[in-house]
Design a protein around this ligand. Sequence first.
Ligand code: NI
Length: 140
Amino acid sequence: MSSASPVLRVCRRESFDAAHQLCDPKLSAEENRARYGKCVNLHGHRYQIEVIVTGEMDGASGYVVDLKQLADLIKTEVIQHVDHHNLNTDVPWLEGRIPTVETLAIVFFERLRPHIPSGVLHSVRLWETEKNWAECSRGE
Ligand code: NI
C-alpha cells in the first residue's frame, strides 16, 4: 500500500441539556452509592456532541459532507429525543441501559452511522463536562 495520502475529517458540534442518574437496578442502594458516588442522584449536564466524518472531498462541492445536512441529522436522530429529557426514563432507545457518557457515545454512534449522507462516520465524541468525554469510533 502507498502511504501518506492525506486524510480529511470534518466535524459538527452540537449541544443539548439532559438529566440522568447512574444506577444499576440489579444493585442495592448501598452498592450503587459505592460504585457511582453522588452520580446516583438525579442531576443534569450540558452535553456537547462532536460528530466527525471522514472521506473524499467531492470535486464539485468541495465538501466531504454537507455540514448543514449533518447538523440536521444530529438533531433528528439524537437531540430531539434527548434534549431536556431524563435519559433514564424518557428515551425508548436508552431503556435498560445505564446512561454513562460511554454508553451514550456508543448509542449515538450507532444511531447516526447508517444515515451519514456522504463520507463515513469516523467517531462520535461526547463531552459530559468540561473535563470528561467518551469517544466511539469505527473499527479499522
Ligand atoms: Ni452525570
